[in-house]
Design a protein around this ligand. Structure first.
Ligand code: TYD
Length: 214
């Protein structure tokens, strides 16, 4: 868990498609509301989170596009999300829970599709940079980790795939490896969940996370 200059607390959930994060996000938000009844909990997602961001989400998930265009639109949507929703909420002391944030761009556009780290780092700085030279980052990122093949089996059982979910196993393995690299480079921020465990075991682990609010 990372200390940030904000009175609020920012949590992102990440993982390859089919890792099971969505199942736990709402329950985790309820758990935090119960634990901290005086704090407002804001639930949001990426791509999306604002009216503009949701329009961009529709394009991003359904239209084939050039890799650079995709990364720029992801970060464009993110800039709006940070400026309109995330930063004001954190300044007001709220708890923000986002279903995906910047690590997803490193994992999917970087690891999966091959955009250079240099470009991703520049975009991250541009979109999350603050006047004091720091980056706005989650205090805690919960990464649902599992092999691409297990995730693929799960996905095929539950829904028809969007643009990203149609990609092959090799793509998801690269996405997974980039998530793990990001986690390794920022261990204070990341909590890795072994997503091959049962739902109950995962939930027990999440509930026991020690979240300390200011
Ligand atoms: P996801 O969050 O899994 O939503 P749902 O559960 O409704 O399918 O889907 C979002 C997709 O967008 C997912 O495949 C990952 C992708 N994505 C990126 O490629 N880059 C990004 O920066 C973000 C935020 C998401």
């Amino acid at each position: 868990m990372k200390n940030t200059p904000f009175p609020g607390y920012f949590i992102s959930f990440e993982g390859i498609d089919g890792a099971g994060k969505s199942t736990h996000i709402a329950a985790f938000a309820d758990h935090l509301k119960e634990s901290y009844p005086d704090r407002e909990v804001v639930m949001t997602r990426e791509p999306g989170g604002t009216k503009l961001g949701e329009s961009l989400r529709d394009l991003l998930l359904n239209e084939p596009m050039n890799l650079e265009t995709e990364a720029l639109l992801m970060f464009g949507a993110r800039r709006e999300h940070v400026a309109q929703i995330i930063e004001p909420a954190l300044l007001a002391g709220k708890i923000v829970i986002s279903d995906r944030f910047t690590d997803a761009s490193f994992a999917y556009q970087g690891g999966g599709r091959g955009l250079s780290l240099e470009k991703l780092n520049a975009l991250e700085k541009w979109v999350q940079g603050r006047a004091d030279g720091t980056l706005l980052q989650p205090n805690l990122t919960i990464l649902f980790d599992l092999p691409g093949s297990v995730a693929q089996d799960r996905r095929s059982q539950v829904r028809s795939p969007d643009k990203f979910e149609q990609l092959d196993l090799h793509f998801f393995e690269k996405v997974r490896q980039e998530y793990l690299r990001r986690a390794k480079s920022d261990p204070d921020r990341f909590h890795i969940v072994d997503a091959t465990q049962s739902k109950d075991a995962i939930w027990a682990g999440l509930k026991s996370l020690n979240i300390i609010l200011k």
